[in-house]
Design a binder for this molecule. Structure first.
Ligand code: ATP
Length: 137
């Protein structure tokens, strides 16, 4: 059986995950990618999405990530994100409120290029993604 890999998910505020995993799936900017022990090293950017991993007991875990960077080494994956929360730490009411605010701002926007609309769209994607992570089995 392959060895485990070390998963680290870090934000400017704190370490969100620091755990051994059997496999880690991450939302790369160019598509989802998986890392197993012995993977070729690489560096990539991430989009807002869900990190999924199997812990050492084989249980599936889900973590929201706002986007950032991932470094994969043969025995570890390090993710640096602006914000990240484990599924159980996601506040559903807060995500729903953020979604409503973003929809309202987008509705008021005159042009797609307006900076407020661009920000609101990013906030909308974060809120929808958090709600998706919560619903994942
Ligand atoms: P909000 O408008 O509710 O702050 P946001 O998407 O703008 O949402 P972020 O900038 O991604 O928030 O994150 C700011 C901080 O708040 C981070 O520490 C993040 O982990 C936390 N956070 C944001 N939304 C939630 C949520 N729904 N549940 C738990 N933590 C959250």
């Amino acid at each position: 059986m392959a060895d485990n890999i070390k998963l680290e998910v870090v934000t400017p505020e704190k370490s969100v995950v620091s755990e051994e995993a059997q496999i880690v799936m991450s939302p790369g900017s160019e598509g989802e990618f998986g890392v197993l022990d012995g993977h070729t090293p690489f560096l990539t950017t991430l989009k807002a999405g869900m990190i999924r991993y199997k812990d050492t007991s084989g249980a599936e875990r889900a973590v929201f990530v706002s986007g950032g960077f991932a470094e994969a080494l043969p025995d570890r994956v390090t993710i640096l994100a602006e914000s990240a929360e484990r599924r159980r730490d996601i506040n559903i009411d807060r995500a729903k409120a953020a979604l409503s605010r973003a929809e309202e701002r987008i509705g008021k926007g005159m042009s797609d290029n307006e900076i407020d609309v661009i920000r609101a769209k990013a906030a909308l994607i974060r809120a929808i993604t958090r709600l998706n992570v919560v619903q994942t089995k």
